[in-house]
Ligand binder design. Structure first.
Ligand code: FES
Length: 152
């Protein structure tokens, strides 16, 4: 909880406009949000906790369960489906040997299928810890995973 307090102290108290950057910075540090975090943010920014849940569940980038060190979201929107996201999902499952909602044994990667990530013109799209990667192909999936594995 010290991490949360230290992140919150970087922002002015009671300024509700900072909600999203605050949640992003906390999630970068803790890898996911939970009830304790939501209560701490609510008290500090003076926003009802229910409003924070509503914002955090609206945006795909926020999550309430622990994922891998790198959390990979694969868009399942219509644009991505039409442009081959099924192949991207299959390649990720093959390389990582996990399915959606699972974490690799080393804790390094987790997978999730999500609705439209908002950049349909560059489909198919994935996101890794909130970083959008566009125009995916199975070969590009292989390269991206190899790069992230190297960062271990
Ligand atoms: S359908 Fe995939 S980004 Fe919109």
């Amino acid at each position: 909880m010290d991490d949360i307090t230290s992140i919150l102290s970087k922002y002015p108290e009671g300024v509700t406009e900072n909600l999203i950057p605050v949640l992003q910075e906390i999630q970068d540090s803790t890898s996911y949000l939970n009830g304790e975090i939501v209560q701490a943010v609510a008290a500090y920014l003076k926003i009802p906790a229910v409003k924070i849940y509503s914002v955090a569940t609206f945006y795909n980038e926020f999550r309430f369960n622990p994922g891998g060190h790198y959390h990979i979201q694969v868009c399942q929107g219509t644009g991505c489906l039409l442009d081959g996201s099924e192949q991207i999902r299959r390649e990720l499952m093959r390389l990582l040997e996990i399915g959606p909602g699972e974490i690799t044994r080393d804790g390094w990667f987790s997978l999730e299928w999500v609705p439209c990530l908002g950049v349909c013109q560059e489909a198919p799209v994935i996101s890794i810890n909130g970083k959008i990667i566009t125009n995916m192909t199975p070969a590009k999936v292989k390269e991206v995973i190899a790069q992230y594995r190297k960062s271990r």
